[in-house]
Design a protein around this ligand. Structure first.
Ligand code: SF4
Ligand code: SF4
Length: 302
């Protein structure tokens, strides 16, 4: 079965991607089997927006944590090393220091490029795979209030590690193994590797923005990536009322691709900090997202 994939992207961080991803997951789950993918591997927080606390023992016991290795780091064999210092001098990332005549690798600076392994005259350096992150597969999650059940798979890169795009590729492979027809992917901010990895092979993109010059500029940048992949898209303006003038400009720019707007509300943050999903509240944002969901269903060609 070909899975349909909807990616929520934004360009700028903090504009409401995860809020929208969580609410859309719960809304779609009323109609069909859905998996939510947290592709913001540098700062995954979709679980929180879905109301999952790490103190929830029943979920914690059942979740599966899969270690992921997507990068390599040099291991030095000090029996072979004669302390010539060539590796330290040659490393472009200054990741090797000579300490008391012996090379020491700083794993936070090392990019795993492999140059030191190639140039070491004593063949004392070997690149070895390291655990660079993990993927968490949550048990099926249910909301009694919205009467929905869905899965969540979240990727997480360890601090200082590289390979965010690769970890997302692994995450997507894992999600494809589920016989679930719809995937909602909560992407990273920006336009870099993790965003292109999330967008690749997707069927629709929802671009979330807010009425600030930086968010407007960033959403236009991410649209270039979306257009590169020829993915149909819709636009959502979050916190539209904090600057109605810029908001109008964005509406004009989005044209017929505008899916809807969400009003700024401090109560949203109170809800998320108490692990209450937006769809389980009576906030205005809930109604507005339900309207966006209806509009999205009219727009989707699947
Ligand atoms: S290049 Fe090889 S031999 Fe020279 S200091 Fe580095 S590890 Fe040791
Ligand atoms: S693998 Fe590359 S970045 Fe890492 S220490 Fe060796 S030369 Fe430097």
């Amino acid at each position: 079965m070909k899975k349909k994939k909807i990616v929520i992207a934004s360009g700028k961080g903090g504009v409401g991607k995860s809020m929208l991803s969580s609410a859309l997951t719960m809304l779609f789950a009323k109609k069909q089997r859905v998996i939510a993918l947290d592709c913001d591997v540098d700062a995954p927080n979709l679980a929180i927006w879905l109301g999952i606390s790490s103190y929830n023992k029943s979920v914690s016991k059942k979740k599966k944590i899969i270690p992921i290795s997507v990068s390599e780091k040099p291991i030095i064999d000090y029996k072979k090393c004669d302390g010539c210092g060539l590796c330290a001098k040659s490393c472009r990332f200054s990741a090797i220091d000579m300490i008391n005549g012996k090379p020491k690798v700083n794993k936070f600076l090392c990019e795993g490029c492999g140059l030191c392994e190639i140039i070491c005259p004593q063949k004392a350096i070997t690149l070895k795979a390291v655990q660079s992150g993990e993927i968490i597969v949550y048990p099926q999650l249910t909301s009694k209030k919205t009467k929905t059940g869905y899965f969540l798979i979240a990727g997480g890169l360890f601090p200082g590690e590289t390979g965010s795009g690769k970890i997302i590729a692994e995450l997507k492979k894992m999600a494809d193994e589920f016989d679930y027809p719809l995937q909602i992917l909560d992407s990273s901010p920006g336009t870099g590797c993790p965003v292109t990895a999330a967008l690749q092979d997707s069927d629709f993109a929802i671009l979330v923005t807010e009425p600030t010059p930086s968010a407007f500029s960033d959403v236009q940048r991410v649209l270039k990536v979306v257009n590169h992949f020829k993915i149909p898209y819709g636009v959502v303006i979050n916190k539209w009322d904090i600057n109605p003038i810029v908001s109008k400009k964005i509406e004009k720019w989005a044209g017929k691709n505008l899916l809807g707007k969400i009003t700024y509300d401090r109560e949203i943050f109170k809800a998320v900090s108490s692990f209450t999903p937006i769809l389980e509240t009576k906030l205005k944002a809930k109604e507005e997202i339900e309207k966006i969901f209806k509009e999205l269903n009219l727009t989707l060609k699947f």
